[in-house]
Design a protein around this ligand. Sequence first.
Ligand SMILES: [Ca+2]
Ligand SMILES: [Ca+2]
Length: 533
Amino acid sequence: MISLYKFSSRDELLAEINMNRSSFLKFYAMSSFLTLQLLLAFTTTTVASAEETVDETGRAVRPNVLFISVDDLNDWVGCLQGHPQAHTPNIDRLADRGTLFTTAHCQGPICGPSRSSLLSGLYPHSTGVYQQPRGKALAEDQQHFRGKLLPEYFSKQGYHTMGVGKITHGYPEKLAFNEYGGWKDGFGPKPKQGRRFNYELPETPYSGTQTDWGAFPKKDEQMPDFRSASWAIEKLNQDYDKPFFLAVGMVRPHVPFYVPEKWFERFPLDEIILPKVREEDQNDIPEIGVKIHEMPAFPNLGWLQQKDDVQFKKCIQAYLACITFMDHQVGRVLEALHESPHADNTIVVLFSDHGYHLGEKNRVSKHSLWEESTRVPLIISLPEQEFAQTTSLPVGLIDLYPTLLELCNLPPNESNEGVSLVPLIQGKPVPDWRIGILTTYAKGNHSIRTENIRLIRYEDGSFELYDHRFDPEEFENLAGPAQFDRRAMEINYDIAQALSKLMPKDEAPYHPATSPAPVNAWFEKHLKANGIE
Ligand SMILES: [Ca+2]
Ligand SMILES: [Ca+2]
C-alpha cells in the first residue's frame, strides 16, 4: 500500500531544496578540519609559474595526479554499501583518507557519452555525444574534443601525462597522453572460438553484448587490468622533472564477468545475496520508459530467475568477483604510490564511468536513467590526507575537470560546464550548490538526481519520480498512473515541473560521430529520426 506522497506542500519541496543548499560536509572527525585546511593551503595559492614546483613551505604547488578510472562499477563498493557482500578493501582504504561523494552520478549512462563528457568537461547535450561514438571519430571534432581533453590540458600546462588501459572512448589514447601504455586484449582474454560459459546471445537484430560470466582465464597476469596496474607501478617508481598526470583505466567489472577462479572463491554460490527486484517493477512507468530501456540482446530477469535463480546467483557472484579482482589491482597501484617518493605530493581520484543493473528493472546492463546505472563511486584523496569525509551534495563526473585544475593550481578552462568540488573538499559552506545533477540518455531524455529525489523526464513529457528517503530501489514511481489521490498527484506534478526546470532547454543535435547501431526498436527509430543511419 503506497502512502500519500511525502511532500504535503510546495513549502516542503522548498525545504527539501533548502536542505540541499545548507548541507555541509559531514566530518567523521571535526578535529580533522584544521588538518584539512592546512593540507589544502596549497590550493589557495595563486597560480604559480610553470617552473615553480614548490611554495615557500616546500609544499608542491603543482601536485601529481593519479587518475583511476573503473569501467561499469556501480555502487557495490564497501564504502557505498551498495551490496552487503561487496569486498573492496583497497578502495575503502582510499575513502578512509579522502572525500567520498555519496551522491555522485554520471552524465551519460554508457561508456562513450560518460567518458567524452568527463574528459571534455562538457555535458552530452552540449556536444551531441548521447550515444556511443564510432571508432576514434571524436578526434575529428576540433570544437569540443581535439586537443581539449583533461590530460591534454594538463600536458599544455607543463605536466607529463601518462595513461594505460581504457580511459578515452572514441578518441585516440595516443593523442590524449604524452605516453600511453596500451590496452592489450580489450575486455578479454576470452575462450577460443567465441565460446561462452553461461549466456548465449538471443536472435535479435539489435546490438549484441559480450555479456557472460565464469572463471577465466587461469592467472591474474593474463588480465589487462593486471598489466595496466604493473605499467602504472613502473611509472610511479620513476622520477620526473615535471609534475605528472597518470591515468589508469581498469576494465573490470565491465562484461564479460571473467576473472580467475580464485576471485570467485570468496563468494560461495549458496551464500550469494541477490539484489532486491520486483517482477512487476515496470508496470508503473510510462510506455516510453519501457521502450527506451528495452535490451533485447541482454539477460533479463526472467532468464536469471529460472531454475531457482541459478544464473542470477552466478551473475552476482561473478560481478562481485570481478570487483574484488579490480580492487586488488587498484590496491597494487595505491601501494606503489604509497611506497614511492611521490606519495606526499600526489592527488588520487577514483571513479567509475557509470553504474550497472544486476537484475534490477529487469536487466543486466547499464543503458538507463535509473539509480543503478547513473550512480558512481567517486573518491578524491589529497596528499597526506589521513582521515575520511563524505558529502551527499549532488555532484557529477563532469565536475572532475574543473576540480583537478583547481587542486593543481592550473588556470581554469573557461569552457568547463562542471563545478569545482574544491569548496566541498575544503568543507566550506556552499549555499548555492546545485540542487540536482543531470544525466542524459538519448537526446531529449533526462534525469535529475537531488540528494533525495530522482526525476526522469522523457521526450514525450512523461515523468518518473522517486523518493530515495523511502524508496532507495526506485520501485514506486510517484508520477505513476492513478496510485494517488488527486491532491497527491497535483503535488507530485508540481515537484516534477519544478525539478524539470533544471533540465536543458537547448540540446545539440546528435554528434556526427554517433554509431548507428541501435540497442532496441525505440533507438532504431529515434536514431533514424535524428539523422543517424
Ligand atoms: Ca563503462
Ligand atoms: Ca516500479
